[in-house]
Write a protein that binds this ligand. Structure first.
Ligand SMILES: Nc1ncnc2c1ncn2[C@@H]1O[C@H](COP(=O)(O)OP(=O)(O)OP(=O)(O)O)[C@@H](O)[C@H]1O
Length: 225
């Protein structure tokens, strides 16, 4: 029997936003390697904030976020940055694609930051660009792309370094249904292949239906949808 590997464990998480409004309290969640969980919930309920807390980009008022058994609170800024660089792939709403780098350089950036050989970085970037439907565009610059194309570049980049955890905030929001389905299949394929875990924040029932579990974020925490 294969014993599932616990990748992410959240215990008793509490977060208030500046101004004092409570977003959630007592929030708990477990994510196993190879598993994709969709997180849904009304606008403003705190889904993006939760992803930021999991990435160590924001700090909770109370509670514990553990990645691979390591509590984020035990790490200093350098430790958090190293953990993010090695273990996490991000697809965030503001795609953070760098305008002065080519698409191949953007997609390869997470690998380049880990000092992979330039030839390996470029080969992986070209393969991932092809996988998201941007074959032959590796030398283009982001300014030449549509919003949906940029979103696909962001997804390719999130996968470049084969992260253990992929955090995706509305990754298919700007895509037509056919492209969205293809991109989600790619994302899930990569999760399964690499034994990575994924958290997918989405308003789309179609996207959520691709996940292994769907959780709904409410003021009282995460509940099974
Ligand atoms: N820096 C901040 N200062 C004040 N309020 C904030 C700050 N960041 C987030 N908030 C508030 O926290 C709440 C949660 O925001 P968040 O972006 O996490 O929601 P969400 O569920 O992801 O929403 P959406 O589905 O619209 O993207 C919102 O009401 C937002 O206005």
């Amino acid at each position: 029997m294969v014993v599932p590997k616990l990748l992410l464990e959240i215990t008793d998480l509490r977060k208030t936003v500046p101004g004092g409004r409570l977003l959630f309290d007592g929030l708990a969640m477990r994510l196993e390697a190879g598993e994709l969980i969709a997180i849904m919930g009304e606008s403003g309920v705190g889904k993006s904030t939760l992803l930021n807390l999991i990435a160590g980009l924001d700090v909770p008022d109370a509670g514990v976020v553990e990645l691979d058994g390591v509590a984020l609170a035990a790490l200093d800024e350098d430790g958090l940055a190293a953990l993010r660089r090695r273990r996490i792939g991000f697809v965030f709403q503001a795609f953070h694609i760098l305008p002065h780098l080519t698409l191949a350089q953007n997609v390869g950036l997470p690998l380049a930051l880990l000092r992979a050989a330039p030839a390996e970085v470029r080969a992986r970037a070209i393969a991932l660009l092809a996988a998201v439907g941007l074959a032959g565009r590796e030398n283009d610059y982001p300014g030449q792309l549509s919003g949906g194309e940029l979103q696909r570049v962001a997804i390719a980049r999130a996968l470049a370094h084969r992260p253990a955890l992929i955090l995706a905030d509305e990754p298919t929001g700007n895509l037509d249904p056919e492209t969205a389905a293809r991109i989600l299949a790619l994302l899930i394929g990569q999760l399964r292949e690499a034994g990575a875990g994924g958290l997918l924040v989405t308003h789309s029932d179609v996207a959520a239906a691709c996940a292994d579990r769907v959780l709904r974020l409410t003021a009282t925490g995460l509940v099974e949808a």
